[in-house]
Design a binder for this molecule. Structure first.
Ligand code: AMP
Length: 416
């Protein structure tokens, strides 16, 4: 027997229904924000992620699925959504004549070679969105509000934004310098990876999973102390906007996010002040890094796994329908023909219909009625059919009603 790969899983049954529900809620919300849907390819040139996500990130160094294809190309399975969406934006030259921002959302499978654990898999789905062309605080606020409202609409009440600012390039550089100065005397006390990070991108040290919790990291300089006046003002303005929208947040100066491309706003959405459900931020340099002109961007991504786990933990009522509206019981050929015809008619009119496909006895079909938790059942029989009638039975009250076949749709519609 061949089994599924580590860190992957099949989606079916109730889990499939829960995910479809989450999907529907999120997609409808994105439409309210007037975002367009986008899907990018599962595989892209490896260079896209090396440049876009950053060579020094754990994601690129340890987690990507890389392979050489039959045409000798270096290919990577998409580990996150932003780089591919930016590639699309640049490749299609959507930066020309930007009178309004380009706003897109996605719902895509991602691949990371991580150690699987609860809410962390090697193949997983992220819902995310990006806004290109606006450098305003209002754009940041719109993105944060969309992320926040998504969780609220899914029934998670205790969510909060963890908010930080890395500032503009000048502020970020000043901060970087301060970090180098601070870490230099301690560098041998940090893990091997951090020693590498120190040389290439010291901000990454703050993200280290190995050294998290160490005194050295805890006492490191804080981003917001290095913001220049403009960046500081911007950060304050964003907080004012969030206050106006009644979006709860904590300023969390330790938050730097795992990817290289962020500046100014970075944020995560947490449940009960700890559990990170999703994250995002502003990436004004990324479009340029990937070959376009300088166009600002801001975005967010959440994982389905953790969101659904959180909904289960919080006992959110996820509406799952496991019952059918009508079960048509039929034994003879002519009854089966009528079942076919009625099923077609009822389904086209929006009802969930089951009928016997296994040549079962009438008794066995009655058992299926209960297994499918049918609201109504119709025992087709040739005698009624000659009169163009059926007997519709309410499976709960057991009440029966004789209905003309032509009136069946209207009758069920009125009584459901
Ligand atoms: P990131 O792209 O790393 O900022 O992650 C954004 C969100 O995607 C996280 O908060 C998780 O909800 C989700 N996520 C990231 N990695 C995984 C994974 N390996 N398995 C499942 N969900 C993930």
């Amino acid at each position: 027997m061949i089994t599924k790969q580590k860190g992957t899983y099949d989606i079916y049954g109730d889990l499939a229904k829960k995910r479809m529900y989450v999907n529907d809620v999120l997609n409808a919300l994105c439409e309210k924000y007037n975002f367009g849907y986008i899907e990018t390819p599962v595989f892209e040139a490896s260079e896209l992620f090396h440049r876009g996500v950053g060579e020094t990130t754990d994601m690129v160094q340890k987690e990507t699925y890389d392979f050489v294809d039959r045409g000798e190309r270096n290919i990577t399975l998409r580990p996150e959504g932003t780089a591919g969406v930016v590639r699309w934006f640049v490749e299609n030259k959507l930066y020309g004549n930007l009178t309004d921002p380009v706003k897109v959302y996605y719902n895509m499978k991602m691949y990371r070679y991580e150690r699987p654990q609860s809410g962390r898999n090697r193949e997983f789905t992220q819902w995310g969105f990006e806004v290109f062309g606006s450098d305003t605080c209002e754009a940041d606020a719109e993105v944060i509000s969309l992320a926040y409202n998504a969780y609220r609409l899914l029934g998670l009440e205790d969510v909060k934004i963890q908010l930080n600012s890395l500032g503009d390039t000048e502020s970020r550089n000043n901060y970087r310098e301060a970090l180098v100065k601070y870490f230099e005397p301690h560098i041998n006390e940090l893990c091997e990876d951090c020693q590498e990070r120190f040389k290439k991108n010291p901000l990454r040290i703050l993200d280290c999973k190995v050294d998290a919790g160490s005194e050295i990291l805890a006492n490191a300089p804080k981003t917001i102390d290095y913001l220049n006046e403009e960046s500081k003002k911007r950060f304050e303005r964003l907080q004012e906007l969030l206050d106006l929208m009644d979006i709860p947040y904590d300023v969390n100066t330790k938050l730097v996010r795992g990817l290289d491309y962020y500046n100014h706003t970075v944020f995560e959405v947490t449940l009960r002040d700890s559990y990170a459900l999703g994250g995002g931020g502003r990436y004004n340099g990324l479009v340029e890094t990937l070959g376009g002109p300088s166009v600002p961007g801001v975005g967010f991504a959440m994982g389905y796994d953790r969101t659904i786990l959180a909904m289960e933990e919080e006992n959110v009522n996820i509406p799952i329908n496991n019952s059918v509206d009508v079960y048509l019981l039929a034994v003879s050929d002519s009854e089966k023909e009528t079942a076919c015809y009625l099923a077609q008619n009822l389904r086209l009119n929006g009802f969930i219909v089951e009928t016997d496909l296994m040549n079962k006895s009438l008794k066995a079909q009655f058992k299926s009625v209960d297994r499918f938790d049918a609201k109504y059942l119709i025992v087709l029989n040739d005698e009624d059919l000659q009169k163009n009638e059926v007997v519709l039975k309410d499976n709960k009250t057991k009440e029966e009603e004789r209905v003309n076949i032509n009136d069946l749709v209207d009758y069920i519609d009125m009584h459901m």
